[in-house]
Design a protein around this ligand. Structure first.
Ligand code: NAD
Ligand code: MG
Length: 299
């Protein structure tokens, strides 16, 4: 039984190999609260050791899944956190607000739609007002809807996916720049889909390839200012995105089983990667994509 993220055990059995029912189905955006097969966000296991003491963070998609696990970890490491999420996700967001406050840090719940350019700006303004500055930006929100054929991807899905995954990342980051002092860090959530696209995710996967490229270009642009930009590329992680049309339903029972470790990852296993890239431990790491994917080879 894992007691915290530093416990030595066998990674193949650290978490059980899950077999979600093909009947798990939620409207988009899904909720952690409504997952039948529960995800581990590190609520009971993440142990902070002061690695982000006094930092001021925004985490988009911080209500659930990978973003929520990251928000919990950041707070336990000593950071204040603004959570961005859609209004329909209030239940999940409030639970994470409670966990951030239990860690003794300030939490700001800031719901809105990242497809709205004004919201992207307002989020940054609000964080700066509430925290007296900003020095960590995690661009983690994402939209993923599987479709068998390119012809099934209508303009609404295409535009929403690019607006959410790419345009919002540009807009939020652009709004943040004037506030970020040297020593700040930007972390973008990309995906193994950036290199190994599934045939059913061509719109989503192509946004993730763009995120890798954006990370490497912006990393060079901002490095002379002392701002580091990096990315985390998850493999198959059990989150609400997967049950809200992120995967073909028939694939859910085998979700994550084909990676070398033989099981899906849990959001709690991603949080330490974000903490590392946010902290000065990674001071010489710039434009890097840290793959956290259970062992699938990447270029
Ligand atoms: P998740 O559903 O828990 O998180 C995605 C979040 O994106 C939602 O909680 C929602 O708040 C936010 N979001 C989506 N559209 C939005 C909009 N229009 N406005 C504001 N917020 C919006 O799922 P997750 O799997 O934790 O996803 C987090 C990130 O991880 C995403 O970028 C996803 O692409 C990436 N990712 C996930 C996996 C995986 O297997 N779960 C694998 C690779 C990459
Ligand atoms: Mg959510």
């Amino acid at each position: 039984m894992t007691t915290d993220q530093y416990t030595f055990d066998d990674p193949t059995t650290r978490y059980p190999s899950i077999s979600p029912s093909s009947g798990e189905d939620q409207p988009e955006p899904g909720l952690d609260a409504a997952l039948e097969t529960k995800a581990d966000l590190g609520e009971l296991t993440y142990r902070g050791t002061g690695r982000l003491e006094g930092r001021k963070a925004i985490v988009t998609g911080g209500d659930s899944g990978i973003g929520a696990a990251t928000a919990i970890a950041f707070a336990r490491e000593g950071a204040d956190v603004l959570l961005s999420y859609l209004p329909e996700e209030e239940e999940d967001a409030q639970r994470i607000v409670g966990l951030i406050e239990e860690a003794g840090r300030k939490a700001v719940a800031f719901p809105g739609d990242l497809k709205d350019p004004e919201y992207c700006e307002a989020m940054v303004t609000r964080a700066v007002e509430e925290f007296g500055g900003l020095d960590i930006l995690v661009n983690n929100a994402g939209k993923q809807i599987e479709q068998e054929s390119l012809e099934d991807i209508d303009d609404i899905q295409l535009e929403d996916t690019y607006e959410t995954n790419i345009l919002a990342m540009f807009r939020v980051t652009r709004a943040a720049l004037k506030h970020l002092p040297a020593g700040s860090t930007i972390i973008n959530t990309t995906s193994i889909q950036a290199y190994n696209p599934s045939p059913t995710l061509v719109d989503y996967a192509s946004t993730k390839a763009a995120i890798n490229n954006f990370t490497k270009g912006l990393g060079q642009q901002l490095a002379p200012k002392g701002i580091r930009v990096n990315a985390v590329a998850p493999g198959p992680i059990w989150t609400p995105l997967q049950v809200s049309d992120g995967q073909p339903k028939e694939d859910l029972p085998d979700f994550g089983k084909s990676v070398p470790l033989g099981r899906a990852g849990q959001p709690a296993e991603l949080a330490p990667a974000f903490v590392f890239l946010a902290s000065p431990e990674s001071s010489y790491v710039v434009g890097e994509t840290l793959n956290v994917n259970g062992g699938s080879p990447t270029p």
